[in-house]
Design a protein around this ligand. Structure first.
Ligand code: F6R
Length: 579
């Protein structure tokens, strides 16, 4: 969703801001803009993507500037609604992530007092309120404005002839990068990685006064110190490195993501939390919800531990009885629904654990403890290596709870993931790319694996796909099966193998072409299906991983065959920061 960047230093701000915005493109956006500070405010804003416009020719002068990628919420995507927004005089400009819930009421009052509005956005009220409080001290004006706002914000504000950026955060992420005689601000670390590894994570309620040489942070009117942390991501991690798409690169990075996460292990506190938990609830959205469901199946079947899994967006409004340990699973650590659920769990006195890929993200600030995945930055909107690293983190928890029963399996699992990366799946792609509907089916943990396969397929190829428990298809969806409706069945050996084979035969009898993922050498299965994709003969924990990776590849190559924008699928945002 929206992304913000800011720069103050000795270099021209415009190229740095544009570069920063490109690094934020992965979050999803529909328009963008920048403002620089001189004796006036210079402004450039545009609907569309940065690469679609004459953005290379943007040359606003100034050593201080702010920029924004907008994902429309209030008002359609347009040049006017793009940020930065200015006050009536055009001498104050700001960019904003978040939502101002009471903007309609504030706007009415401001219009009544003579302010002229240019856009339909909620954000513009902030510029006019700051204008009313501005008497030459921008920090003071921002401080007086913030208590009037209801909602969430990460803000960067500049004023003509004022050599500062004022930054503020409440419920939307904001990080500062400390350079050599220059400072950066952004909604996440991506734009900062090529300039510095020294990062300050602002906290809710913080207001930062940023000059070229220094940053001073205030909270509740008093100066506070926030630690400077070193990030372990580097700029190479955010480059495509010869791959056609970030998603392809990230799929291929999965053996490493899994291995690194397992290698990092658990700290003693986290290990104790999982060992001693009387009740365990996981809360997550989207792909992370699927990893949580896989964990539930594995924990219940392999270790006899009951697990509850909840969708983040339902949790806040229909909370389950809350007791014991609540684990929030979120790649970005910024998903609003997951954060809201976690806050509610804390109110109910639960102990809380965050599993996330992003150091310093909001979820790490809320949870009692964090288990950091080691996937490295994920740029493709569709989660791939973060999914695998989440499974690594969850499998580590399982292993700790079961006294190291899976340690050996986990230490070698990355090899099997590497093995399936080169599977030939072209026949399967050929069947899927012409289809309007595709079903993914499996049983046990392979049911959520199928749900994830379907989610990947719909989000990047735009083919309608459903993930089903294999036995459920005959309770309704069979009506949709035709020779044009491929079914992808995950059919490993084990207690469900026989019934899966029966299910496959039933689907074949309805003329659906079947693509089966089964164990290498399974001739029985190979003979009854249209396309057989072999998986290595491994432990069930590893089969979950290898099957998932093959399904990612199937979606990826299908989307490429259909010439979709694989890394930035339409309408989607990487980090969903609104409820
Ligand atoms: C799908 C995808 C999303 C996210 C979901 C939660 O490929 O990426 O479904 O999984 O938006 O995001 P996080 O894990 O950041 O909380």
């Amino acid at each position: 969703m929206c992304g913000i960047v800011g720069y103050i230093g000795r270099r021209e701000a415009t190229p740095l801001l544009m570069q920063g915005l490109k690094r934020l493109e992965y979050r999803g956006y529909d328009s963008f803009g920048i403002a620089t500070m001189g004796s006036d405010i210079n402004l450039f804003k545009k609907r569309g993507r940065i690469s679609d416009s004459e953005s290379d020719a943007v040359a606003l002068a100034g050593y201080v500037g702010i920029g924004h990628t907008r994902w429309a919420t209030h008002g359609e995507p347009s040049d006017i609604n793009s940020h930065p927004h200015t006050d009536c005089s055009g001498r104050i400009a700001l960019v904003h992530n978040g939502v101002i819930e009471n903007y309609a009421e504030l706007k009415k009052q401001l219009v009544g007092r003579g302010h002229r509005f240019a856009s339909e956005t909620d954000t513009e009220v902030i510029a006019h309120l700051i204008e009313e409080h501005y008497n030459g001290d921008l920090r003071e004006a921002v401080e007086k404005t913030l208590p009037l706002l209801k909602g969430s914000y990460a803000l960067l504000v500049i004023a003509a002839d004022d050599q500062r950026i004022i930054a503020a955060r409440d419920c939307s992420p904001l990080v500062l990068g400390i350079g050599d005689g220059e400072l950066f601000a952004a909604s996440d670390m991506m734009p900062l990685l090529e300039h510095t590894e020294r990062i300050v994570f602002m906290e809710d309620g913080d207001i930062a006064e940023i000059t070229a040489g220094e940053v001073a942070i205030y909270c509740d009117g008093a100066r506070v110190e926030r630690p400077v942390e070193l990030v372990n991501w580097c700029v190479e991690d955010v480059r495509k490195g010869g791959f056609a798409h970030y998603m392809q690169k990230e799929i291929f990075e999965q053996p490493q993501a899994f291995y690194e996460t397992i290698k990092a292990g658990l700290d003693d506190h986290v290990a104790d939390m999982i060992k001693n938990a009387s009740e365990i609830t996981l809360v997550a959205c989207g792909t992370s919800y699927h990893t949580a469901l896989i964990f539930k199946y594995l924990a219940e079947s392999l270790c006899n531990i009951p697990i509850r899994v909840e969708v983040g967006s339902e949790f806040k409004y229909y909370p389950p009885p809350l007791k014991g340990l609540v684990i929030a699973v979120s790649q970005s650590g910024e998903t609003a629904d997951t954060l809201a659920a976690l806050k509610m769990a804390k109110v109910h006195g639960c102990s809380t654990l965050a599993i996330t890929n992003v150091q310093g993200s909001t979820v790490t600030r809320i949870a009692d403890r964090t288990l950091l995945m080691r996937a490295g930055p994920e740029i493709g909107v569709a989660a791939t290596k973060s999914y695998t690293a989440q499974l690594a983190a969850l499998m580590e928890l399982l292993d700790a709870r079961c006294e190291g029963a899976f340690a050996d399996v986990l230490s070698h699992a990355h090899l099997a993931i590497g093995e399936v990366l080169l599977r030939d799946i072209q026949q399967a792609v050929a069947l899927c790319k012409g289809a309007e509907h595709v079903f993914f089916v499996g049983r046990g943990p392979f049911y959520p694996v199928s749900m994830e396969g379907a989610l990947k397929m719909k989000e990047i190829s735009y083919i309608h796909a459903e993930g089903y428990a294999a036995g459920e298809l005959k309770h309704g969806p069979f009506a949709l099966l035709t020779e044009q409706t491929p079914v992808i069945a995950v059919c490993p050996p084990g207690s469900t193998y026989g019934v899966m084979v029966s299910n496959i035969k039933e689907m074949k009898a309805r003329r659906a072409p079947i693509i089966a993922l089964g164990t290498d050498g399974d001739k029985e299965l190979e003979e009854i299906v249209d396309v057989f994709i072999p998986l290595p003969d491994t432990h069930p924990l590893v089969q979950v991983l290898t099957a998932s990776v093959v399904l990612q590849l199937l979606s990826y190559h299908t989307a490429c065959a259909l010439q979709r924008d694989v890394d930035k699928p339409r309408n989607l945002a990487k980090s969903v920061t609104v409820e």
